[in-house]
Design a protein around this ligand. Structure first.
Ligand code: CA
Ligand code: CA
Ligand code: CA
Ligand code: CA
Length: 389
């Protein structure tokens, strides 16, 4: 009313035109905009650090959400965890804090939104059934830990999931000991970056990660450390597509095939989606395919490529991997009549890989009906007597 009143009085001001746009808050001063409460949260813009958002003001609770909610100039100073959906963010710190090393908890995420996880170690696993972004602050400071008792991030619906900035450790497949302990993707789309996989899980398919039934995984700048499985000590996949950029696989162990990664259309399921694995700027090192009982001779110290699987390696280094059987670094294998393809091998280097069973770098043993392709080989050496070409 101030502006209207002054305009009405007219002759009191030096300039009638200016008076109609000043002092909208009716306190008769001349700082036109500093004391407007545009978002009606009870705090005027001189003290409300975001006067367009009623959930931000000096009396608002501080959430872990990347913003200074309480206008004290500090962002997320209380840490914790929040979930932001369509409405105001909800503080879920108490729920996440219930998990302890001795008694970790599984949190269900069933509505779309963003889960913000501030630095610290949270003893939780996430069962995700909605379109959710999980935003850790960064993998050096933010950890989800399964305490050696529960599964990690489990996505078995056709949803879009984002995942960034977390270390995943201490997870096990507590259900059947079959699938990736830290990350399981069944028919979902997952975009992830800055993930560190640790904790040496041991199971059947993919120590840390398993992808199946049309899963699409994009993974940037991440690291797999340790881990073991029968197939794919760190990652196993079938009927799914994985596109990786700048990912390090270090020290995975397989007792059947693929110290780091196992890729085959018939590995985890019997779907009909394309099975492809592409890695650019990746490193595979210290992978081991070995059978402690020495009853079998497992192959593919780093990578095992099985039925109808297409693998592309670009600008990648495979070093110091080893196998009891064939393929110190890579084993192209096919159990049935369908092809396994090392589609492209470009600017990729092999160094220090060893195989007790033939072909230190890439082995292509002659098995029935196999239709193997290796194209654009660069710096590739292998034992021709083992079938490499
Ligand atoms: Ca306000
Ligand atoms: Ca506000
Ligand atoms: Ca604050
Ligand atoms: Ca905040």
């Amino acid at each position: 009313m101030g502006a209207v009143a002054l305009a009405w009085l007219g002759c009191n001001g030096p300039n009638n035109d200016d008076l109609t746009v000043t002092d909208a808050d009716a306190d008769a001063d001349t700082d036109a905009d500093s004391d407007i409460d545009a978002d009606s949260d009870g705090f005027t813009s001189d003290v409300d650090c975001n006067d367009q958002n009623r959930n931000v003001n000096p009396n608002a609770p501080e959430l872990c959400d990347g913003f200074d909610n309480n206008c004290n100039t500090e962002v997320d100073e209380l840490g914790g965890v929040s979930f932001v959906g369509n409405n105001a963010g909800v503080d879920r710190t108490a729920e996440f804090s219930k998990g302890t090393k001795e008694d970790p908890v599984v949190i269900q995420l069933q509505t779309d939104g963003t889960l913000n996880v501030c630095p610290g170690t949270w003893y939780v696993g996430l069962d995700i059934d909605a379109n959710v972004r999980v935003l850790g602050r960064d993998s050096a400071t933010t950890t989800l830990d399964g305490g050696g008792a529960i599964r990690g991030i489990w996505v078995d619906e056709s949803v879009n999931v984002g995942l960034t900035g977390v270390t995943l450790t201490g997870f096990v497949d507590d259900d059947e000991g079959q699938l990736g302990a830290a990350l399981h993707c069944d028919g979902a789309q997952i975009m992830a970056s800055d993930i560190v996989f640790e904790g040496d899980p041991s199971n059947v398919y993919g120590g840390y990660a398993s992808l199946m039934n049309g899963c699409v995984l994009q993974l940037g700048t991440s690291a797999f450390n340790g881990g073991s499985a029968q197939y794919g000590g760190q990652l196993a996949m079938s009927n799914s597509r994985a596109t990786l950029l700048d990912v390090t696989f270090d020290g995975g162990t397989a007792s059947v095939a693929g110290g780091a990664v196992a890729v085959a259309s018939d590995l985890l399921d019997n779907g009909s989606d394309a099975t492809s694995f592409a890695c650019t700027g990746c490193t595979f090192e210290n992978g081991v395919a070995t059978d402690p009982t020495k009853k079998t001779t497992p192959g593919g110290g780093a990578l095992w490529i099985g039925e109808e699987a297409e693998v592309t390696l670009t600008g990648t280094e495979l070093s110091d991997n080893s196998a009891d059987g064939p393929g110190g670094a890579v084993l192209l294998d096919s159990l049935g009549d369908d092809s396994a393809e090392l589609e492209t091998l470009e600017d990729t280097e092999f160094d220090g890989n060893t195989a007790a069973g033939g072909a230190n770098d890439v082995s292509v043993p002659a098995v029935k009906g196999g239709d193997y392709e290796i194209t654009e080989t660069d710096d590739l050496s292998c034992d021709e007597s083992a079938g490499c070409r």
